[in-house]
Design a protein around this ligand. Structure first.
Ligand SMILES: [Zn+2]
Length: 81
């Protein structure tokens, strides 16, 4: 295995922002396919991004956006058994 989950999850954020080159994006996709926990995180972040973008205006301060994401993360960590 060439990638740790931590590394993949870290890159995943860039992947979601379309900041990765095609080779790295392919590596992330390969990892997601064989790693259900990372896939879940990916789906979660992807949906979260969609929700945030559809409900909030584009000129929302980055700090506030981060705060919303942190809150939802906390909820996810505490809520899932
Ligand atoms: Zn993983």
């Amino acid at each position: 295995m060439s990638h740790s989950c931590d590394e993949s999850l870290n890159k995943l954020y860039h992947y979601l922002d379309a900041e990765l080159d095609e080779a790295t994006a392919a590596e992330i996709r390969a990892h997601l396919e064989e790693c259900p926990p990372c896939w879940e995180s990916f789906e979660f972040e992807r949906r979260l991004k969609g929700v945030v973008h559809s409900h909030l205006s584009e000129d929302m301060p980055q700090g506030l956006l981060q705060k919303v994401q942190d809150l939802i993360h906390q909820e996810k960590m505490g809520g899932s058994a």
